[in-house]
Design a binder for this molecule. Structure first.
Ligand code: NAD
Length: 364
């Protein structure tokens, strides 16, 4: 029996609507499997700026550091998106918490549910059976490298792409470890024909690979990888890459699965991990019960597996989502012309369907 402390950071826009269902699912899992999960909600993002003038209050950070796992909704508000000159911004809270918790690995499974294959812009036969696990380096590379500046006359801007062997080795190791539990293939994505930092990346990944002789390692340039991902997604098992390449590639991959509302993610380091949907705060649909909570619910499955090692519990969440999709229930974003009107549900209705399946699972 496990006892865990979970911090919930609802954030902005649809964040509170979807994390409410992530929390409810975790409560039901705890009750079904006899665990005790304690929950505490804290502020981040625009909601935190409104209340405390900072996007990541100390109180939130301290509680997160002491917790066993964090469930995050999303941060962001149109007020900042429309005014790039604002100095205090919601996303600063996100970057700071990742850095403070040392969350160097962003893990994104691209899960393709058969029932939703129509939602992708790719042909069904290319997708059926595709199953990709991305490892994106999250705390280094060009998003953090110094120096970064604009010249005094404003005509030149500089960002720095920097990686150390230590930064590459630790994420490569996580990717190889994951590959050992899957199809034993790792694609490492870089631009080693042009960038010195990529040559260090490749050299280091090769060194880590020596500890995993059973895993096939394939190096691929980022431009080729972007093309191969939509040409033949089934060739990939585990993909490991740097911060900026990973940012772009994982968004591309999200479209393989069809909807942003379905994709979970985990950001982990050596201690507490953050689990969150890959989508943003979706201000266009906030407060209308139109948000799809399934990405957040699937993020709790990642939490149960990666942070708590509760594999059966994690699978019970994935099975519940799979089951409601098989029964034909949809939110608006994943519905199609063929979906009967009475099967298009709002956030709370679909969340409740998942919870019912966790309480009383359908026997396989
Ligand atoms: P978004 O992901 O919020 O929305 C993109 C589109 O997808 C919108 O039309 C939205 O309605 C739809 N959508 C997203 N999630 C959905 C869900 N669960 N169910 C149904 N439809 C969904 O991206 P955006 O519009 O580019 O950004 C909006 C705000 O979110 C911005 O302020 C941005 O900075 C922020 N953002 C935050 C994060 C994060 O917190 N990790 C990530 C991306 C964007």
């Amino acid at each position: 029996m496990a006892e865990k402390n979970i911090i919930v950071l609802p954030g902005d826009g649809i964040g509170p609507e979807v994390t409410a269902w992530g929390r409810k699912v975790l409560e039901e899992v705890a009750s079904r499997f006899g665990h005790t999960f304690h929950f505490e909600e804290k502020l981040i993002g625009h909601a935190a700026i409104e209340a405390t003038e900072t996007p990541l209050p100390d109180d939130t950070l301290e509680a997160c550091k002491k917790s066993d796992a964090i469930l995050l909704g999303a941060v962001g508000h149109p007020m900042y998106d429309n005014d790039p000159s604002r100095k205090v911004r919601p996303e600063q809270g996100l970057l700071k918490i990742r850095k403070e918790l040392g969350l160097y690995a962003n893990i994104r499974p691209i899960i393709i549910f058969d029932e939703l294959i129509h939602a992708s812009s790719l042909k069904s036969e290319l997708l059926r059976g595709a199953d990709i696990l991305f490892f994106r380096e999250l705390t280094g590379g060009i998003y953090f490298g110094e120096p970064r500046y604009r010249s005094d006359d404003g005509q030149i801007a500089v960002d720095t792409l920097k990686y150390s062997k230590m930064e590459v080795a630790r994420i490569a190791r996580k990717a190889f470890e994951a590959a050992m539990t899957r199809n034993k293939r790792v694609h490492s994505v870089d631009k080693a024909n042009v960038l010195e930092s990529s040559r260090l990346w490749r050299e280091t990944v090769n060194e880590v690979a020596q500890d995993f002789p059973e895993v096939e390692l394939i190096h691929m340039f980022i431009d080729n990888a972007a093309m191969q991902l939509i040409r033949q997604p089934k060739q990939f098992d585990v993909v490991v890459t740097g911060n900026m390449f990973g940012d772009i590639l994982t968004d591309e991959a999200s479209q393989i699965a069809g909807s942003l509302g379905m994709l979970p993610s985990a950001s982990v380091g050596d201690h507490t991990g953050i689990y969150e949907p890959i989508h943003g705060s979706a201000p266009d649909i906030a407060g209308q019960k139109l948000a799809n909570p399934l990405a957040t619910i699937l993020s709790t499955a990642l939490m149960l597996d990666i942070s708590f090692g509760l594999k059966e519990e994690s699978q019970s969440v994935i099975d519940a989502v799979d089951q409601i999709l098989k029964e034909g229930w949809r939110t608006k974003d994943i519905s199609s012309d063929e979906t009967p009107a009475d099967h298009v549900l709002d956030t709370d209705e679909i969340g409740n369907k998942v919870v019912q399946h966790i309480i009383s699972p359908v026997e396989a």
